[in-house]
Design a protein around this ligand. Structure first.
Ligand code: ADP
Length: 636
């Protein structure tokens, strides 16, 4: 029988995630029925504990990276952007309204308040937001300092009083950003998103009217005009991004530049924390970036949401969020091997946490804390682990920290999870003898990334032969395991046959005769995608061996890295200066209009197909039918 993947929802929500996963054939984790760690995905709206990162098993994913609070809490975001501005200059970091954190910055705020009051003829407005609240709670706007009252930590920000209006209504954009990895930084933005409107006309003479000044749905859905037909906006308070694109077409603007600027805001914001987020290859995170566009079409970052709302309030939500969640799951790139949780965990009581070797530029999240964790079934994996163990014991520095080479040794000692390794072992042998070409680089799990213990490169470090023989001799390697688990090939195969069946592969006959003892039924791979196939495409590799993440996953468009230079700059130590130069150069071309003319979609495709294998390319996120960046510029 096909093994299912198991999801675990904290506090029984969000309902949409449950719905999407159940439709895809997953099972829900129920406390009491399953053991504490018997799941493939743990989804929660709030923070995970550090120990939960430390103890991740290879087939488990979390929906948050550790320590992203640096951009998702209003005060931390302000601090981090201020730091980036001070270090790298304000030429690029000019997308956040001037912000002060009170009470600490009160004096600085006062200086700025007075300076602007004296210098400008027109009024200046300020918006006050509690640092750790969301959904518009506790927010107010003021012009005169006598109206500034607060009893908790708040940020006070220049209020953008000249926002772009549609039929007199203020709006902002909710952009969905998925960070597949921080090390190396790999970012995707969803083509769909939401436009959120205020439900009363913008009016600076009524600053207290939140229905006119705030665009939060949580506020506006209770407004008196929520259900009323409101000019071009219509009923309700949301549009899809597609509808907004239609609106943009009617404006005489450099649309590509607007999208690119929003795209830059996302990258530049993530750069602010990229080097401080620990490497955790099993995490994929969805952020909600709130962007306000002013009357001059300049986009501003208002805030970054940690767990963007996935509730379905209206038709726009339904058309955007369901596909969004589904694409996030695809981004997690579950493969057939992940369903081995079932066997590895239940049968062999596999208990070895997913030890991380951090990216050189990343701080070390985990030393060997996980070894301290008390678990039941101690030594239950002894059947396999002796094969993986090295005699080398980690040596501590005087301060008790493990040396890098020891971390490396431990990394090797802990990997690979035996069920995964035996599959790969056997697959390699089969492929060698059946003349099916399998490129090593294609077997890299795009989610787990370079540092993953399940990477082929890491697996290659193990001595394969003894392990395979051992497993085979012990009868724990079956034909069902001996399959091509490479995504692209499995995908192609599935498309051809409608199901995953490995009977067309020719196994290594010499060894298989004695070792493969399972009945014919075991030849079928556990079909983990009962309703939906894996859609993520295999990574390409550049000439010098760097992995190029897929350009698109569902409707997510890769926005970083966006060219060879940024790929290179993010591979080892994140080279922020080079990244900034590349962003500046690309934006410069769009500003000058050089990238404005686009080829027709067909022309573009013909040239793109020619270039595809030789060139690193990216799509320009934002416009309908996003063009290839290279084609944008070649057309001028
Ligand atoms: P919350 O986390 O409570 O939603 P936000 O920072 O997103 O806080 O602010 C809520 C709303 O207030 C935004 O959606 C936007 O409509 C408005 N807003 C926030 N900051 C500004 C600003 N600096 N200028 C203009 N409007 C703003």
């Amino acid at each position: 029988m096909a093994a299912s993947l198991v999801f675990r929802l904290h506090d029984r929500g969000p309902e949409l995630v449950r719905e999407v996963l159940l439709e895809r054939g997953w099972e829900e984790y129920n406390e009491g029925e399953r053991e504490e760690e018997d799941w493939n995905l743990y989804w929660r709206g709030s923070l995970f504990q550090t120990s939960q990162y430390h103890n991740l098993l290879p087939w488990q994913r979390l929906n948050h990276h550790p320590k992203t609070v640096g951009i998702t809490r209003k005060d931390c975001l302000a601090r981090n952007l201020r730091r980036m501005k001070a270090t790298f200059g304000s030429a690029l970091y000019d997308f956040s309204p001037t912000t002060f954190i009170l009470p600490n910055d009160y004096t600085c705020f006062l200086v700025e308040y007075n300076r602007l009051r004296l210098a400008r003829g027109t009024s200046v407005y300020w918006i006050v937001k509690p640092v750790d609240l969301s959904r518009g709670r506790g927010i107010f706007i003021f012009e005169d300092i006598k109206d500034l009252v607060y009893d908790c930590s708040v940020v006070i920000q220049r209020y953008i009083s000249s926002s772009l209006l549609i039929s007199g209504y203020k709006f902002d954009l909710r952009i969905y950003v998925c960070v597949k990895s921080f090390h190396p930084l790999t970012v995707y933005i969803h083509q769909e998103g939401l436009v959120r409107f205020a439900t009363e006309k913008f009016n600076l003479s009524s600053l207290h009217n939140l229905y006119a000044h705030l665009t939060n749905t949580s506020i506006n859905k209770f407004g008196p005009f929520y259900k009323t037909e409101k000019g071009r906006v219509g009923r309700g308070c949301k549009w899809t991004m597609s509808k907004f694109r239609h609106f943009l077409h009617s404006q005489q603007i450099n649309e590509l530049l607007l999208w690119q600027r929003i795209n830059n805001i996302v990258t530049l914001t993530l750069l602010a924390i990229a080097t401080s987020v620990p490497s955790c290859p099993n995490c994929v995170e969805l952020f909600g970036f709130d962007i306000l566009i002013d009357a001059k079409f300049k986009p501003w970052l208002l805030e970054v949401n940690y767990s963007p709302a996935l509730t379905l309030d209206c038709q726009a939500d339904i058309s955007v969020k369901k596909k969004l969640v589904s694409d996030v799951i695809d981004m997690m790139n579950y493969t057939s091997t992940d369903s081995l949780r079932d066997r590895a965990y239940r049968k062999h009581r596999y208990k070895q946490p997913c030890f991380k070797v951090n990216h050189p530029s990343a701080p070390v999240l985990s030393t060997l804390n996980h070894q301290k964790k008390k678990r039941g079934n101690k030594g239950s994996h002894t059947q396999i682990l002796p094969l993986l163990k090295t005699s080398h014991q980690p040596e501590k520095t005087k301060r008790g920290k493990l040396k890098q080479r020891d971390l490396e040794a431990n990394y090797q000692r802990c990997l690979p999870p035996f069920e995964l390794s035996k599959i790969r072992e056997a697959r390699c042998r089969i492929i060698n003898t059946s003349a099916i070409k399998l490129h090593t680089n294609q077997t890299q799990n795009p989610i787990l990334g370079q540092d993953s213990r399940t990477n082929e490169s890491a697996l290659n470090r193990q001595s394969r032969q003894p392990l395979v023989s051992y497993l085979m001799n012990n009868g724990s390697l079956y034909r069902s395991d001996v399959t091509n688990h490479d995504n692209s090939e499995t995908e192609a195969e599935r498309q051809r046959s409608g199901e995953t069946d490995v009977s067309s592969l020719t196994p290594d006959t010499q060894e298989s005769e004695e070792a493969f003892t399972r009945p014919a039924a075991s030849w079928k791979l556990p079909n983990i995608y009962s309703t939906k196939p894996v859609r993520i495409t295999a990574e390409k590799t550049t000439g010098n061996g760097q992995n190029i993440p897929p350009v698109k996953v569902g409707d997510f468009i890769r926005t970083f890295p966006f060219n060879r230079a940024t790929l290179k700059a993010s591979q080892h130590e994140l080279d922020i200066r080079t990244v900034l130069q590349e962003i500046q150069s690309l934006t410069g071309q769009l500003v000058s209009g050089k990238g404005h003319k686009m080829k027709s979609r067909r022309e573009e495709k013909v040239t793109a197909d020619k270039d595809a294998d030789t060139d690193f390319d990216s799509l320009l996120w934002g416009p309908k039918d996003p063009p290839l960046i290279s084609q944008c510029f070649k057309s001028t």
